[in-house]
Design a binder for this molecule. Structure first.
Ligand SMILES: Nc1ncnc2c1ncn2[C@@H]1O[C@H](COP(=O)(O)OP(=O)(O)OP(=O)(O)O)[C@@H](O)[C@H]1O
Length: 259
């Protein structure tokens, strides 16, 4: 199978600092990848490169688009989104004064403008676009367990639920690739367990490739099939959770902490 994403010799410099240093990897469709590394290792910068927030200083980012590897490095974020890439942020970015449902609908509307028209046209005429948007948005909210709170302002949700709402909003883009930046941050163990189940569920249901940055090692080790480890911008290891746990470079990078 062709990789959904190929990163080749990717670097990003900020002045004299190399935040991402000559990183290369392939990701297969449907994989669940964990991206770990100490603070400042370059994880968020890598996400920013992959989603168009930053332009690469060097290297290529190729995404499978209709069976063709397509160079997306340096494209603006909205174009990368249109190709089927969604993300959540470390610092939650919701429309605070909108309701939970409106937050998801906004993302759906974007999608309608950009290509889901054909899907809608196949529906009976009486089935208006607006109703389709509402129903799909509700589906995503049910998926993440927030349907009952759909009319609340997003700013009033507890932190863990805001993170879930971000996931619902990302799903509304109908992505192929979903990047999650520290999805379990600020969650208690029960919420983290629910989140773990949620990620598994949505990956399967929507056929997603998921790449997540996470400091919660129990979550990473439990759900990720492959783990990439960054340290000072370099990819120092990649492998199964078992391989990563035993990897001497990784143990050193974490100063011997148990991972
Ligand atoms: N826009 C920027 N301008 C200058 N330096 C930056 C910029 N963005 C990131 N950096 C630097 O790049 C390095 C990598 O940062 P990055 O945020 O990617 O790390 P991280 O692994 O996500 O860290 P954390 O786990 O703390 O979120 C850091 O030294 C950071 O200060």
């Amino acid at each position: 199978m062709e990789p959904v994403l190929q990163v080749k010799n990717l670097s990003r410099h900020f002045g004299g600092l190399t935040a991402v240093a000559n990183v290369s990897f392939d990701i297969q469709p449907g994989e669940l990848i964990g991206l770990i590394g100490p603070n400042g290792a370059g994880k968020t910068t890598l996400f920013n490169l992959l989603t168009g927030v930053y332009e690469p200083s060097e290297g290529l980012i190729e995404m499978d688009v209709d069976g063709k590897p397509t160079q997306i490095g340096g494209l603006p974020p909205y174009k990368i989104t249109d190709l089927g890439v969604a993300r959540t942020f470390q610092n939650i970015r919701l429309f605070r004064e909108m309701t939970v449902l409106e937050n998801v609908k906004v993302a759906m509307h974007r999608n309608i403008r950009y290509g889901v028209i054909s899907a809608i046209l196949r529906l009976p005429k009486y089935y208006s676009e607006e109703r389709w948007v509402e129903e799909k948005a509700c589906e995503y909210l049910k998926e993440v367990g927030l349907y009952a709170k759909r009319n609340e302002l997003s700013v009033n949700l507890p932190y863990g639920e805001q993170r879930k709402l971000e996931i619902a909003r990302a799903l509304a883009i109908q992505p192929k690739i979903l990047y999650l930046d520290e999805p379990a941050a600020g969650m208690n163990p029960q919420e983290t367990a629910d989140l773990t189940a949620l990620i598994h569920r949505i990956r399967k249901k929507y056929g997603l490739t998921v790449i997540l940055i996470e400091h919660d090692m129990s979550l990473v080790m439990k759900i990720c099939e492959r783990i990439f480890v960054l340290d000072y911008g370099k990819l120092i290891a990649s492998g199964s959770p078992e391989e990563i746990r035993k990897n001497e470079f990784v143990i050193k990078a974490y100063l011997g902490e148990e991972i």
